[in-house]
Design a protein around this ligand. Structure first.
Ligand SMILES: [Zn+2]
Length: 154
């Protein structure tokens, strides 16, 4: 995080990283960090790929089934591409993930009251659908009495 023009890394260098913010109270959802309910488990690129692959195999998304047959695998970018093409399963998957990310960011905005939020990582791959400038600021603003921060994707 940058505060007052100075880089602030935190005690272990992860200041501002929200992937391990607990967003769900589920003791069975154990993250690779050792904690439970982390945002990464519900909205990360790995989750999108795994959930989309399961949907392809179960027949919930013919578009994803065709993609996995053609390419052998599905990643977050494929989910974004199919959502863009109109696959409703992919749209709902991204909408759910976007809501989880938006809620976590709203908490971060409340705590730090930043003027700018920079989005990086797997979410960036689906930025057009998940974190469009028209959508993400609304999620942050709706949950934040601190107000709206500018959102930039990188
Ligand atoms: Zn974690």
């Amino acid at each position: 995080m940058i505060s007052g023009g100075r880089l602030t890394r935190g005690a272990r260098g992860s200041a501002g990283e929200i992937g391990h913010v607990s967003v769900v109270d589920d003791p069975s959802a154990v993250c690779r960090c050792g904690s439970t309910g982390c945002l990464n488990l519900y909205a990360g690129g790995g989750l999108l790929a795994d959930t989309a692959s399961a949907a392809a195999r179960s027949g919930r998304s013919p578009a994803l089934a065709a993609r996995i047959e053609a390419h052998g695998r599905i990643d977050a970018r494929a989910v974004a591409e199919e959502a863009r093409a109109g696959d409703q399963y992919c749209v709902s998957l991204l909408t759910h993930a976007g809501n989880m990310i938006g809620r976590a960011l709203a908490s971060l905005v409340n705590i730090t009251n930043p003027s700018l939020v920079l989005i990086v990582g797997a979410a960036f791959m689906v930025v057009d659908e998940l974190l469009s400038p028209a959508r993400l600021p609304r999620w942050i603003d709706a949950g934040s009495p601190a107000g709206l921060a500018e959102v930039v994707h990188s």
